[in-house]
Design a protein around this ligand. Structure first.
Ligand SMILES: NC(=O)c1ccc[n+]([C@@H]2O[C@H](COP(=O)([O-])OP(=O)(O)OC[C@H]3O[C@@H](n4cnc5c(N)ncnc54)[C@H](O)[C@@H]3O)[C@@H](O)[C@H]2O)c1
Length: 400
């Protein structure tokens, strides 16, 4: 039988998101013909006009290049899937309001595209998945008579640095068959030299363990910060004494709000996988989610909050990023609104009509809380104001 010819090398389902878009740009920049399939028409329009809908270093320059070269295009045309040799699925995999993984989202998305899948394609799952989901997808498609190759190849980039890390990080590849592993390895060798082969459930756990390890690591620092502060000691004097020329503490993080779209929900996915016996994960969640409460309680003791205007600086979930998903800055804001006379918010990267300019903050705020330490705040001189700096960003210690 003659081999089927495809219009596209790769179709990315969820292709205009934080993971899908940089991945598509990277493959297109390597000469692959990439179609991004997404359901969000607004972001599709932006991408086709060479606008990156979020902050991602170097992405816009390369996006312009690949749009001009016609190696990358975005659409909501589902038939692009049947016209592609490889389909990479990278839609969101959140936990629900009871912190259970929503496996149904992935299964639902597979059901939506199954009519466009065929035996001669490769389906790569790239979202962070609950362990066992890759095998479940493969078995579901087999039952439907679709013998497509299926592999799980988790995304491990850090937001903002995708277009360097996609080329530098080794790629974990876990096929449901040797053939699928070979096809997925060949695909990712286009981007990176090192491929690490493992079984699907091991790869799914490897990704969850990675994010959970980071989340717990941040929780350790945040717990130590709270212990030191509650006793009137400056955590950063202790931190500096511990880490200076001491190699075993290289990975000891600074204290600070630890949240975002991945670490919290992936720790909860792991907890669910362990039958909710993952006490360390839950403890980390209580510590990290409790830091805004600790900060506001300490501020209540130190300042006359009912008579104070407080400014929260940085509403993104981390520094120099515009992603507000699951940002603890909003929890901090809500708690402060109960206590303070007025709360003003600022973020240089997030458009929100409720936010105010730095000029207004300079004029009106009595107390500054540095929630996300964006680099532009380094230039500020808050001399006449009280500053709450859990990151020790200004180098004056983190004691509240
Ligand atoms: N954001 C990160 O830095 C990062 C890093 C590693 C892994 N991950 C994982 O990658 C996955 C995606 O995360 P993200 O941050 O890119 O999410 P995102 O919300 O930024 O992107 C998801 C995209 O999928 C689209 N979409 C949703 N349902 C769809 C459907 N049925 N068909 C087509 N398109 C659909 C959305 O419109 C959106 O553009 C998650 O599992 C996440 O845990 C994220």
């Amino acid at each position: 039988m003659p081999k089927k010819s495809f219009d596209f090398d790769i179709c990315i389902v969820g292709g205009c998101g934080h993971v899908g878009l940089p991945l598509g740009i990277a493959f297109a920049d390597q000469g692959q013909k990439v179609e991004l399939f997404d359901i969000n028409k607004v972001v599709i329009g932006k991408v086709n006009n060479a606008v990156v809908p979020f902050k991602e270093n170097s992405a816009e320059k390369i996006l312009k290049k690949v749009i001009r070269a016609k190696t990358l295009h975005a659409s909501n045309d589902i038939t692009a899937i049947e016209r592609s040799k490889v389909i990479i699925m990278v839609i969101g995999t959140p936990v629900d309001e009871h912190l259970n993984p929503k496996i149904s989202d992935i299964i639902h998305a597979i059901k939506e595209i199954e009519d466009y899948l065929s035996d001669d394609q490769l389906l790569v799952l790239r979202s962070t998945l609950f362990p066992g989901v890759t095998d479940k997808v493969k078995k579901y498609l087999e039952k439907k008579g679709i013998n497509i190759s299926v592999a799980f190849c988790p995304e491990r980039i850090v937001e903002g640095h995708a277009l360097t890390e996609l080329y530098e990080l080794p790629q974990i590849v876990a096929g449901c068959s040797d053939h699928a592993t070979k096809q997925a390895s060949d695909l990712f060798k286009i981007l990176t030299k090192k491929i690490i082969v493992t079984h699907p459930a091991e790869a799914e756990l490897a990704k969850l363990f990675t994010n959970t390890w980071r989340y717990i690591n941040f929780a350790i620092s945040n717990q130590f910060y709270m212990i030191a502060n509650a006793s009137g000691y400056d955590f950063y004097n202790i931190y500096n004494a511990m880490t200076e020329d001491y190699p075993r503490l290289k990975t000891f993080a600074k204290a600070g709000l630890a949240a975002g779209p991945c670490l919290f929900k992936d720790t909860m996915q792991l907890s669910s996988f362990s039958g909710n016996n993952f006490f360390l994960g839950h403890a980390a969640m209580l510590v990290n989610e409790g830091l805004p409460d600790f900060i506001v309680d300490a501020m209540k003791k130190k300042y006359d909050l009912p008579k104070s205007t407080v400014a929260v600086l940085g509403m993104a979930f981390k520094a120099d990023n515009d992603d507000s998903r699951e940002s603890l800055s909003y929890k901090l804001k809500k708690k402060l609104e109960v206590e303070a006379s007025l709360v003003l918010c600022h973020d240089p990267y997030i458009q929100d009509s409720r936010f105010v300019s730095l000029d207004v903050i300079r004029k009106k705020a009595d107390i500054i809380v540095l929630a996300a330490p964006h680099s532009i705040y380094a230039e500020e001189d808050w001399q006449s104001k009280e500053v709450v700096d859990m990151w020790n960003y200004y180098g004056n210690g983190g004691l509240i």
